[in-house]
Design a protein around this ligand. Sequence first.
Ligand SMILES: [Zn+2]
Length: 65
Amino acid sequence: MVISVAEPETVYVKTTKVSCDGGEGALGHPRVYLNMGDHGMVECPYCDRRFILGGGPKDMRGQAD
Ligand SMILES: [Zn+2]
């Protein structure tokens, strides 16, 4: 099993306000709180993790149901 650390992780969430602490390992960082506003998406400035609002304008997964 190969784990790529170069590709930013995409996390689907249910609220426009999220918190991120980078998770485990080398990417960990102080916990920050991010607000998507109307964009439906926000990227963590520390670890580049991308948070997307499920069912929002940036949710490209198809049908939410
Ligand atoms: Zn982060």
